[in-house]
Design a protein around this ligand. Structure first.
Ligand code: NAP
Length: 548
């Protein structure tokens, strides 16, 4: 059945009011906070979650070495000082099990489990204009009606499974990093092949290599990676955190990417070579994503960017003993940071191990996967017992477009977004009333500390629903002009940066047939928050209200 048929059945059934005020899709951090906020504001809410527990991306991504690349103290909710006092992170960068435990802790603490239905995947949703509500149906066949539909389904949740020739012939085990078996995987004595060298691969390869008999990495595009320098957090770290916490939390909200760190305000080109090297060395020694904040123009100016890129290439050459492998690992086809910068623990050093080998698919492409291994274009056969697909996600739009969403006026979201996502503020879509997206395309989203962006979006949505209720409106819909203006603005600021130079998932370039455009909003979380707040203050400028 398609969404439109379901809607017709709903209309025929002629039921009255929506059973729910808001149906939330996903019980990751966005869904959890939305339940808490909307319920607190007196709304009837329900969340549908495809997994068997809360946690979203941290529920699914259980591959070895999975770890956050934003420091734990900042990658956590800020809305409740009591929550912050009662939860202790063990490490500077929390690993997946700890983040999942945190999500469960939050869900229990705020009694959120009772409003979540697990093992439910939304199949279709249709807005019914006659009744001013959304009708929704899960793949399991359950139906719901709600005034508002909120897609909190995550930006990196739908795995990208590229068409690898012969994959179906492979006799060994096949795993995708984003759908890792919950019981874990034993690699002892196994010959493991890893396809992909993005963040997931870069985190998992060193850990898999500790166990496996051999690791063969198939690399199409090398990534830039900086060290995490992960370490346990102690009492001193916590004392320092609580002393500065209020300042850090407030300041992070006004930054470009929602991460509090020292943002340099000078250009990489206005200092001499000695100062540049000193600055990069200090950032490298500190570790993590703030490397890209060493100068203000690293993502704006190609020549400035090249100084940072060359610094990292030099590091790779110094860390990897075999010159040919080092050369293949050193990216040179795109500016540093325009694909998501990776943060690793011992990634480059892993290639010095005798049982780890890099295959550069640019030199010899992957011809096909055979029953017992991988055949390369030059006739090399790499025998394998297991294949790990670290091939990423259909990012930002994948989980939303996976649902058949129609607007009751003959338009589906898939058609509306055929040439790429179009939104107003990354939060709403013209022609689709009462539909909200959390950290959707057109918002800072994946360019930011997700926790900061999630809190901002959830609070904005809550405030909007409260304002509509107070004004007696049945809903809200972005105007076509507002959507057009915002979508153009997102594109304009995107092309002013170096981001479009890379074939990245930010650009939709990793999924065959996906339209190429820079999806997130690069204006910065501080600027973006001000814009969203101004829209609300100005009586929701750019929106039409639905009369009740
Ligand atoms: P990704 O960055 O999209 O990397 C996918 C890798 O698979 C790329 O190296 C890609 O090569 C390769 N690939 C895809 N199709 C291929 C094919 N047909 N043949 C050969 N290689 C192929 O995915 P990811 O590593 O899962 O990371 C996605 C994002 O998730 C990250 O950028 C990050 O934002 C987030 N993440 C974060 C963390 C963290 O540290 N917190 C950890 C994991 C993921 P090409 O580059 O040539 O396409």
């Amino acid at each position: 059945m398609v969404a439109q048929e379901m809607a017709e059945q709903e209309i025929e059934a002629g039921r009255g009011e929506a059973a729910l005020d808001a149906l939330i899709i996903g019980a990751g951090f966005s869904g959890l906070y939305l339940i808490h906020l909307l319920r607190g504001a007196g709304f009837r809410v329900l969340a549908l979650e495809a997994g068997a527990d809360v946690g979203g991306t941290w529920y699914w991504n259980r591959y070895p070495g999975a770890c956050c690349d934003v420091e734990s103290l900042q990658y956590s909710f800020s809305f409740s000082p009591e929550l912050e006092r009662d939860w202790r992170w063990q490490e500077r960068y929390a690993a997946q099990p700890e983040i999942l435990a945190y999500a469960r802790f939050v869900a229990q603490r705020f009694d959120l489990y009772r409003d979540i239905l697990f093992n439910r995947r939304l199949a279709r949703a249709a807005f019914i204009p006659e009744r001013k509500l959304w009708a929704a149906e899960t793949e399991e066949g359950e139906r719901f009606t709600a005034r508002f539909l909120i897609m909190a389904s995550g930006c990196l949740s739908l795995p990208n499974l590229p068409a690898l020739p012969g994959l179906e012939d492979f006799a060994g085990r096949v795993f995708h990093t984003g759908r890792w078996p919950h019981q874990g995987v034993e690699f002892r004595g196994r010959r493991v092949g890893v396809i992909g060298t993005g963040s997931s691969a870069i985190q998992s390869i060193p850990v898999i290599a500790r166990e496996a008999a051999s690791v063969s990495v198939f690399q199409r595009t090398p990534n830039y990676s900086v060290p995490a320098h992960n370490r346990p957090l102690g009492e001193e770290d916590y004392a320092a955190w609580f002393a500065a916490r209020d300042h850090i939390r407030a300041a992070a909200k006004a930054t470009r990417n929602g991460i509090y760190c020292e943002f340099a305000t000078d250009s990489a080109l206005e200092v001499d070579e000695g100062e540049r090297q000193r600055r990069y060395e200090a950032r490298w020694a500190a570790g993590g994503l703030p490397f890209m904040a060493a100068f203000r123009d690293l993502l704006l100016d190609e020549r400035a960017n090249e100084t940072a890129a060359e610094f990292v290439r030099d590091k790779i050459r110094s860390l990897v003993r075999d010159p040919e492998t080092a050369q293949a690992l050193a990216p040179r086809f795109y500016p540093i940071g325009t694909k998501r910068l990776c943060v690793d623990t011992g990634y480059y050093e892993t290639y010095n191990l005798p049982h780890v080998r890099l295959y550069d698919l640019r030199r010899r492409p992957l011809a096909r996967i055979a029953k017992k291994g991988v055949m390369l274009g030059d006739g090399t056969f790499v025998p394998l017992d297991d294949l790990v697909l670290a091939t990423g996600f259909d990012a930002m739009t994948g989980a939303i477009m996976a649902v058949d969403i129609t607007n009751g006026r003959g338009l589906s979201l898939r058609e509306h977004w055929r040439d790429g996502p179009r939104t107003y503020l990354g939060l709403t879509v013209a022609g689709f009333p009462n539909l909200f997206l959390v950290t959707g395309p057109g918002s800072p989203s994946v360019l930011s500390n997700m926790m900061v962006s999630i809190e901002q979006h959830a609070e904005w949505i809550r405030d909007c629903l409260v304002a509509l209720r107070r004004g007696g409106a049945a809903g809200i819909e972005a105007t076509a002009e507002a959507e057009e203006g915002w979508t153009s603005h997102v594109a304009e600021v995107g092309v002013r940066t170096l981001y479009p130079r890379a074939n990245s998932w930010y650009m939709g370039a990793n999924v065959e047939g996906k339209p190429r455009l820079f999806m997130p909003y690069i204006g910065g979380v501080g600027v973006y928050r001000e814009i969203c707040d101004a829209v609300a203050r100005e009586a929701y400028r750019g929106f039409d209200r639905l009369a009740s």
